[in-house]
Write a protein that binds this ligand. Structure first.
Ligand code: NI
Ligand code: MN
Length: 228
C-alpha cells in the first residue's frame, strides 16, 4: 500500500494513506512558500513537533475546523486544550509511542528549543517516527545532528525528512551526516528557502547525497509529493 508524502513548504507535510490524512507542523497562511491555505486542508490527524510559530501557526484553526486528533507533547496538548479549546489531543513525550488509527507514532529526540507563540512553556522539541503499513517514515523536525539517529535508522527507514536550512537547524553538511547515520531509502530536505537566513541549494545537497551516500534524495517543490 503506497503512502504519499506532500511538502506544503517549510516544515509542513501532508501524509496520505488509503484512509488517513496526517498533517505535520501546519505553517501555511503566514508562510512565504506554502502551497496551500489552512482552510483547504483536510486531515484526520495532526502531529506537532514543537511550539515555535513556524510549526504551530495554523494548528488551532485546522484542528477546530476538522476535529482531527492532535498528537504532540504533554505541554503543547495542555496549551491547545486550556487556551484554545482544542480537546481532541493525545499527549506524548520523548521516547514514547502510541497506537494511532493509521499505525504507530513514536516521539523521537530533537535537539532544539521550544516555546509557544504566546510565550507559554512548550516542553521538549521532538521528531516523529511513523510506522504505517509496515513502512517507516522519520521526520527529524527542527534539530541538530545527534548520534542516536543511527539507532532510529537501525529500524530500517523507507523515508527520512531532514532540515537542511542551517542557522536554526542542521545545515547541509550536518544533514548529510544524518543521512549516513539514518540510511533511509529516500530522503527529502525541508526547512530551507523560506527566508534569507535559511537559503540553501537543495539540488546540490541532493547530488552529494546521491553520489556519496546510499539514500535516494528527492527535492520537492512546495505542493509536490513523493510516493513511498
Ligand atoms: Ni523551531
Ligand atoms: Mn522551525
Amino acid at each position: 500500500m503506497s503512502i504519499s508524502v506532500t511538502w506544503l513548504g517549510h516544515a509542513t507535510f501532508l501524509i496520505e494513506t488509503e484512509n488517513h490524512n496526517i498533517l505535520l507542523d501546519p505553517f501555511l497562511d503566514g508562510s512565504p512558500t506554502a502551497s496551500a491555505k489552512a482552510a483547504d486542508i483536510e486531515c484526520d490527524t495532526m502531529l506537532i513537533s514543537h511550539g515555535h510559530e513556524d510549526h504551530v501557526a495554523d494548528a488551532v484553526s485546522i484542528a477546530k475546523r476538522t476535529g482531527c486528533v492532535v498528537y504532540s507533547n504533554f505541554e503543547i496538548c495542555q496549551w491547545l486544550g486550556n487556551k484554545h479549546g482544542v480537546e481532541n489531543t493525545v499527549a506524548m513525550n520523548l521516547g514514547g509511542g502510541v497506537a494511532a488509527s493509521f499505525g504507530r507514532i513514536e516521539m523521537t529526540l530533537a535537539h532544539h528549543s521550544s516555546s509557544l507563540p504566546d510565550g507559554s512553556y512548550a516542553g521538549n522539541p521532538a521528531g516523529f517516527l511513523l510506522t504505517i503499513n509496515n513502512k517507516k517514515i522519520y521526520f527529524a523536525c527542527d534539530t541538530a545532528l545527534f548520534s542516536e539517529m543511527a539507532m532510529i535508522g537501525a529500524a530500517g527507514l523507507d523515508l527520512a525528512v531532514l532540515p537542511i536550512g542551517d542557522c536554526f537547524t542542521m545545515g547541509p553538511d550536518a544533514a548529510f551526516e544524518a543521512v549516513k547515520l539514518l540510511s533511509p531509502r529516500f530522503v527529502i530536505p525541508c526547512h530551507y528557502n523560506t527566508w534569507p537566513p535559511i537559503e540553501q541549494d537543495a539540488a546540490a545537497w541532493a547530488k552529494r547525497v546521491d553520489e556519496e551516500a546510499t539514500a535516494d534524495a528527492k527535492v520537492l517543490s512546495p505542493g509536490e509529493s513523493l510516493v513511498v
